[in-house]
Design a protein around this ligand. Structure first.
Ligand SMILES: *Cc1c(COP(=O)(O)O)cnc(C)c1O
Length: 359
């Protein structure tokens, strides 16, 4: 068998590592911020019925415009958005890739603010877009002044904000997004993958869309909707953004099965989102308990917690893995990240942490 280096790989991909959150079979997987709750059976039955209907017509290509799905997404988002304001793809990762294909690419750059979602630089590389790492303020905040300063200094073609931010969990105020939009010449993306876990009535960047045709708000069904395995991400923006993405998407990129499953699930949004309050409560338990064990935390508006005070992250990661608990080392010195699971999973994690802290 040949080595990767034996192949005529693109020069800019040589030496890179792929996205690689460990996929291990453990009893308590708290590493990739999935929803630990399964799909309620009545919802699953409805999804299966919709899938069966789609399979019976699978000899035909699917609706290239995924019209019913976009209508469902607009209904779910509200804010006066219509089908034309929405677009979907196989996970919000594909959404972000399409955005970079259309608005980034060779000779262009995207500004992000590490520590942030690890896929942003990987997607930038894959599309030939230069990744520019902006600086945050203390405690992972980004004030409007800081955002504007970084944009003026680096003149990016795109700006990626993650709000609330992965892997820190911290919120981002809308005035930072407004100021960044005014300072930027290009596209501003707000990745709201975790928006449903924010405190109730927190205003979304969706409220900023009117009159801002360069603003894109991306969302996903992978987290709060408990639909990670289906791969459905989406965005809201000016309808012209969808016109741009039509230039780069593959024809029929959303399979008939994906469309059918997602439309059926959106019809049960209330039932699927019923777990959000419990997950937030488990997150809050960890926010309260971890500092008592000597692991300081910051505010989290997501379904996970980043905790510090870890002398040896690799050793703690391994000690938890021995107890069949998988969490995530996100590369921040002395920190680890853990997803809020079910009450039982969270209790097991906290009990293991108490035991390990006492050693
Ligand atoms: C999990 C996550 C996503 C979701 O990706 P999908 O491709 O929709 O599964 C997007 N952005 C961030 C910041 C995430 O943490």
């Amino acid at each position: 068998m040949a080595e990767l280096d034996d192949l005529p790989l693109r020069d800019d991909l040589r030496g890179l590592s792929p996205y690689g959150a460990p996929q291990k079979h453990v009893r308590i997987p708290l590493n990739v911020n999935e929803n630990s709750h399964g799909i309620p059976e009545p919802v699953a039955r409805d999804v299966v019925t919709a899938l069966a209907g789609a399979v019976l017509q699978a000899n035909r290509y699917p609706d290239r415009e995924f019209t019913a799905l976009r209508e469902g997404l607009a209904d779910y988002l509200g804010h006066g958005l219509t089908r034309d304001n929405t677009w979907a793809a196989n996970g919000s990762n594909e959404i972000l890739q399409q955005v970079l294909q259309a608005f980034g690419g060779p000779g262009r750059s995207v500004l992000g603010f590490p520590p942030t979602y690890s896929m942003y630089p990987i997607l930038a590389r894959g599309t030939g877009t230069t990744w520019v790492a902006g600086k945050r303020d203390a405690d992972y905040a980004i004030t409007p002044e800081t955002a504007v300063r970084e944009i003026v200094a680096t003149e990016p073609d795109l700006v990626f904000f993650c709000s609330p931010n992965n892997p820190t969990g911290t919120p981002l105020a809308l005035d930072t997004i407004e100021a960044a939009y005014d300072a930027a010449r290009g596209i501003v993306v707000v990745d709201e993958a975790y928006a449903e876990f924010a405190p109730p009535d927190t205003p979304s960047a969706l409220t900023l869309l009117p009159g801002r045709e360069r603003l894109i708000v991306s969302r996903t069904m992978s987290k709060a909707f408990a639909f990670a395995g289906v791969r459905l991400g989406y965005l809201a923006a000016d309808p012209a953004v969808a016109d741009a993405l039509r230039l780069v998407r593959l024809p029929y990129h959303l399979s008939a099965l994906t469309q059918a499953a997602a439309v059926a699930a959106l019809g049960h949004a209330d039932e699927l989102l019923a777990t959000v309050a419990d997950i937030a409560a488990q997150r809050d338990r960890m926010l309260a308990e971890l500092p008592r064990l000597g692991f300081p935390t910051r505010e989290s508006w997501t379904n996970f917690v980043l905790f510090g005070g870890v002398a040896d992250p690799a050793a703690l990661f391994d000690a938890l893995l021995e107890r069949d608990i998988l969490i995530r080392d996100v590369g921040i010195p002395n920190h680890l990240r853990v997803t809020a699971g079910t009450e039982v999973e969270t209790s097991a994690f906290l009990a293991a942490m108490a035991e390990l802290a006492a050693q």
